[in-house]
Structure formats: C-alpha cells, structure tokens
Ligand binder design. Sequence first.
Ligand SMILES: [Zn+2]
Length: 233
Amino acid sequence: MHRTERLYTLQCTDSELDRVSRRLREIKASLGETEELRQARLDLEEAEKALHKLQARLRDLELENAGLGDKIKANEQRLYGGTVKNPKELTSLQEENAYLRRRRSHLEDVILEVMIEVEEAQERADGAQKHLTQVEEQWRVEQERLTAEQAELQDKLHALQERRQTLRAAVPPDDLEIYDDLRRRRGGLAVSILKEGICQGCQMSLPSSKAQQARQGDVLVFCGSCDRILYAR
Ligand SMILES: [Zn+2]
C-alpha cells in the first residue's frame, strides 16, 4: 500500500468512526421518555381529574335530590293524610310543598346539565387514554428500534476502533502527526480525494502537475487551497 493510500484508508475508518459516534450520541439523547409521552400522560391525568370532579358533583346533586324527594313525600303525607285539620297549617304545608317541588324541578334541570358534562368529560378522558396508548405503543417500538441500532453500532464502533489501531500502527509517526493535525484543523477530514483535477475537500481545481504527483502516492501532496493531503485513486 502506498503512503497516501494508507492515510486515505485511515481517513475512511476515522470518518466512519466519527459517523458512528455521532449517531450513538443521537441515540443516547433519544432514549428515555419523550416530551410527547409526558404530555400525553399529563393530558390524561387532567381529563380524569376533571371527570372525577364532575362525577362527585353529580353524586352530591343526586343525594340532594333524593333528600328533597323524601321531604316532599313526608310533606304530602301530612298534607293529604287527613291528620292536619287546621286550615292555616294546611295552607302553610301547601306553600312549602310548592316551594319544594320548584326546588326539585330546578335541581333536576341542573342534574341533567351536569350529566351531559360528565358524558363529555368521559369522552375526553377516553380520547386522552386512547391517545396515550397510541403514543406509548409508538414510543415502545421506537425505543426498541433505537436500542437495537445502538447495540449494532457499538459492535461496529469496537471493530472500527480495532481497525483504526491496526492502520495507525502501519503509518510512519511523522505522517500520523500531519494527519492528526489536519483532522483537527479541517473538520475531521485530513485526506481529500483528487478527482478529475478537483480537490473533493474544497472543490478547488489543482494544476495537473500536482495531480500527477498525487497519483504516484509515495510523497505527500497537499491541496494548495485547503491544505489537505491529496489522494488520487
Ligand atoms: Zn482542497
């Protein structure tokens, strides 16, 4: 293998390592609970809270209504039972009865309204539950996919690291120094392919003499524009 070819092979391995490491970092950030999942759970909690509040209100109203019914019953027994003879007392009982019936009629209207509200709140809670189930299912599938990808990439990472070590061991220390320095300064890309006289690292056209030199591969030829080591296949 020529000097430049060795560096180019090392560059390919390093670039792949960079890509794998980047993806692993992305996966790590995506593992765990998502904002969407947290929000869906919160929405359900709130919908259930609202539903329970309305259900409690309805129970209270129904209890009140039952109490009112008992009162009306007792009142009517006295009114029509024949035990009360005093006209004044009878009038008073009639008035109370009319008042109680008005109250009950109003209460029944309120109960109907609250029943509709309970029904709507139940629908919202059911919807929120359905949404949460969907989000959880999607999340679970996604987490499984990410975990599998992570395991696969970790294996790849180890293989690439080993390959990198082997490749580096075969490169002269001086070349390695130049290579590492260029990688640092040039966004991870130290070796650039020279294709049809154009440096693929910076897209600059190079003189044909340089291209020829690069093709020989036994001396390091640098791009005049981006400084990268040129590799001509
Ligand atoms: Zn260049």
